[in-house]
Design a protein around this ligand. Structure first.
Ligand SMILES: [Zn+2]
Length: 256
């Protein structure tokens, strides 16, 4: 597909399998977790908000064909050192740390995106795109800022840290809840735009939808396996692929 995002470059010397690609790999980092709830306001925990929203973003990024790694997928404690180390070991090409802000109850409002004090052009450009996306969904514009935050400093990939409104501000929380899906969509769009993805007018069916068509035609019995593995960065057993190809060919020969 012409709009596949994953082909950054082709390094044949490093390949084990012909056709393997060097890909964009987004490190998604959901702040806090486990014994560290982050900011808390009226029982609402930053660690929960950012996990929920981050998981949604990660799903949307994967659906767009990108490889995504996550520093946590549940309510577990992960140290700052681990977060950056994992990203560096995975060779993430980009790193997004998701947070919510806090100041004094019902005082501050708006969204901001941080890059490291010495961040280069790439991180700044990504941050500006994401900040514009957060403003578009309705957050006050606190701008792109520089800070010496640990994960921004220690992560090798261009890294940004999102503060998605204030958790101690009712208005920001209402926006977070009412525009939950929209926030994820806009941020993901900003990332795709930054990566040079141009959206087509026609909606591209998801892998899930495509697999359902195959199931309906009796060509596939285990869509879950394919949904988990037949994606950018995944791998599918050769004999399964061969069996599927045979069934599709038979299907076409019969002119069904
Ligand atoms: Zn935080």
């Amino acid at each position: 597909m012409s709009e596949q995002l994953c082909i950054l470059r082709w390094e044949s010397s490093k390949l084990h399998n012909e056709g393997e690609q060097i890909m964009v790999k987004i490190g998604m980092d959901y702040g806090h977790g486990g014994s560290d709830p982050g900011a808390v306001y009226n029982g609402r925990r930053e660690s929960d908000d950012v996990l929920r929203l981050g998981l949604l973003m990660a799903g949307k990024l994967r659906a767009a064909g990108l490889a995504v790694e996550e520093s946590r997928t549940g309510d577990t404690a992960v140290s700052l050192g681990q977060r950056s180390r994992m990203s560096n070991e995975r060779s993430d090409t980009h790193f997004l740390s998701i947070h919510r802000n806090a100041f004094r109850p019902e005082t501050a409002t708006g969204a901001e995106v941080f890059v490291h004090s010495s961040a280069g052009e790439e991180a700044v450009k990504l941050a500006e795109g994401i900040q514009a996306a957060l403003v578009k969904v309705g957050y006050g514009d606190r701008g792109v800022k520089r800070a010496n935050f640990f994960v921004l400093r220690e992560t090798r990939a261009p890294a940004v840290l999102l503060e998605i409104g204030f958790i101690d501000n009712t208005q920001d929380n209402n926006l977070f809840d009412s525009k939950f899906e929209g926030i994820a969509d806009e941020v993901v769009d900003a990332v795709l735009t930054y990566l040079g993805h141009t959206k087509t007018d026609a909606a591209v069916p998801s892998l899930h939808d495509d697999l359902q068509v195959l199931v309906q035609h009796g060509l596939l019995q285990s869509p879950t396996y394919w949904e988990q593995n037949a994606r950018s960065g995944g791998s599918v057993r050769g004999e399964y692929a061969a069996a599927l190809i045979r069934r599709i060919a038979d299907h076409l020969r019969r002119g069904e």
